[in-house]
Ligand binder design. Structure first.
Ligand SMILES: *[C@@H]1O[C@H](CO)[C@@H](O)[C@H](O)[C@H]1NC(C)=O
Length: 492
């Protein structure tokens, strides 16, 4: 983290505050028109693995770097918290211009460390995640007669103990013709002219396109390392490149450079701009999610059943013992005093650690409320996956605001239980404000040290840590105290 990145995180914080004040800004939420020939640049996100769940920066591997240096382009705090690290990449296209055999770079000869690292990342099934105009790259694979859809493509592949890096990428960009009328309907507002930058009358004649799909086919091609010795980035590769995803040709070797190339074709598509995200929402993965949701529901029901049975047995055993103990007293009791009324004294007794109970109930309400409000907003489409990071940003904001509910519920319950003097409401609200964030902070710090140690992009930068603490202290804590004051009501 250099000085600039720290500065950037503070700017993102300011934008978080403005976002919460002026409503949500959705990045990529209205169409961008590209004129024919206009530059399109691909961004890279962290490389990820479903195997290790630990994201790393794309440039931690020996890939080609952009000519003007690697730059961060995070848009909100949520992205950083999710471990996304979006950076620029050397891949760039010209709108509606097909290009083939573009030479990207010849890396330095692989050092022993880099060679080992590449093999490790391939073994761990790491994926490269590319983004064009806010759309993640999609890859299709054929399994028997099914077409499977994936985001990202693997770093490489291991075939019979030999490692291959995908060194040639075949991009397909789906585009849709830009029409003013089309866009006005997309925005659904009368004042579309205000929102969309107007290009002017003469501008309308130039055909413009919107990006509605981004596909990638990774290939391994036998490059001639010597032939590109003097080539520069974006020069034409001297011989034709045939991209065949079913075969591999060029293994990685220590002390040998890797050559990277790519090609791009533009295809006009019927997909309209508003539905360009449909493909991602209909991923094969969603079926798996339903399955795992059902799975966890069943596990929860099963566990709850066990707890219930144990609980019932305990209560019943206690009751029988109780009945045996004072059989004589029972004889004198009238018929009404039976069943649960026997345990009335226990049920309405204040628990030994009343303030902890109040604090936990208050924090529980806060977290539950955050979940409900977030899901509600997500269902209304405010936090679509098209705007990376807004889900987490939204959760943060709702959590902070709902501090008021935590304070209110905790103090209210404290009053209801009625133990101790009601003047201690301040201490109860303080504890409600610190309890869950304290635990979360403790766990996060430990996890973060582990991630820092492994240089994963999942680690939260130090300045972000400071900001989270400041936000908590300046917004969440005061709101919890206000909630507590409100819950206290008038002293009785
Ligand atoms: C680019 O290539 C695709 C596929 O071959 C073709 O359909 C399309 O018309 C080409 N576009 C241009 C601008 O040449």
């Amino acid at each position: 983290m250099d000085y600039f990145s720290h500065f950037k995180i503070w700017v993102l914080t300011l934008s978080l505050i403005f976002q919460s004040v002026y409503g949500f800004y959705l990045p990529g939420s209205y169409p961008h028109k590209y004129n024919v020939g206009e530059a399109l640049s691909v961004k890279v996100n962290s490389i990820t693995s479903i195997d290790t769940e630990m994201p790393f920066s794309y440039y931690s591997l020996p890939f080609c770097q952009p000519q003007d240096g690697v730059k961060d382009s995070a848009e909100n705090l949520g992205e950083l918290l999710m471990g996304d690290r979006i950076e620029n990449s050397p891949y760039r296209f010209k709108m509606h211009v097909n290009e083939s055999e573009i030479f990207l770079c010849r890396t330095e000869p692989l050092s022993a460390d880099n060679y080992k690292l590449l093999k490790k990342r391939i073994d761990e099934m790491y994926q490269v995640n590319l983004i064009l105009d806010n759309l993640p790259a999609i890859r299709y694979t054929r399994k028997e007669s099914y077409l499977l859809r994936w985001t990202g493509y693997p770093v490489g592949i291991k075939v019979q103990d030999t490692y291959y890096v995908f060194n040639h990428l075949k991009f397909t960009v789906l585009v849709h013709k830009y029409e003013e009328a089309n866009v006005a309907r997309v925005m659904g507002t009368g004042d579309a002219a205000e929102v969309i930058p107007t290009i002017g009358n003469e501008g309308s004649d130039i055909p413009g396109y919107m990006v509605v799909g981004f596909e990638v086919v990774p290939c391994n091609f036998m490059h001639n390392v010597q032939s590109v010795k003097n080539s520069k980035m974006y020069d034409k590769y001297p011989s034709p490149i045939k991209c065949d995803p079913t075969t591999v040709a060029m293994p990685i070797k220590e002390n040998e450079p890797i050559v990277f190339t790519y090609e791009v074709t533009f295809e006009e598509s019927d997909i309209k701009w508003p539905s360009r995200w449909d493909a991602y929402l209909k991923m094969e993965g969603s079926k798996v999610h339903w399955f795992s949701i059902m799975n966890s529901l069943m596990v929860i029901t099963f566990l709850a059943g066990i707890v219930l049975v144990i609980f019932l047995r305990t209560v019943r055993r206690d009751l029988t013992r109780y009945e045996e103990l004072d059989k004589e007293a029972q004889a004198q009791m009238n018929e009404e005093l039976s069943g649960w009324k026997l345990v009335v004294g226990d049920v309405f007794r204040a628990p030994t650690n009343a303030s902890l109970l109040c604090v936990m109930v208050g924090d529980g309400v806060q977290i539950l409320g955050m979940a409900v409000v977030t899901i509600l907003f997500a269902a209304l489409g405010f936090m679509s996956p098209a705007s990376r990071g807004t889900l987490i940003t939204g959760m943060l904001i709702f959590y902070m605001i709902l501090g008021i509910a935590a304070g209110y519920v905790a103090v209210r319950l404290w009053r209801t239980i009625g133990c101790g003097d009601h003047k201690r409401w301040i201490s109860v609200s303080w504890r409600a404000a610190c309890f869950f964030p304290g635990i979360a902070f403790f766990i996060l710090t430990i996890l973060n040290f582990l991630l820092w140690g492994s240089h994963s992009t999942g680690a939260i930068p130090f300045s972000l840590f400071v900001i989270l603490i400041l936000l908590w202290f300046c917004i969440s804590v005061p709101l919890t105290l206000i909630g507590g004051l409100w819950g206290k009501g008038t002293p009785y």
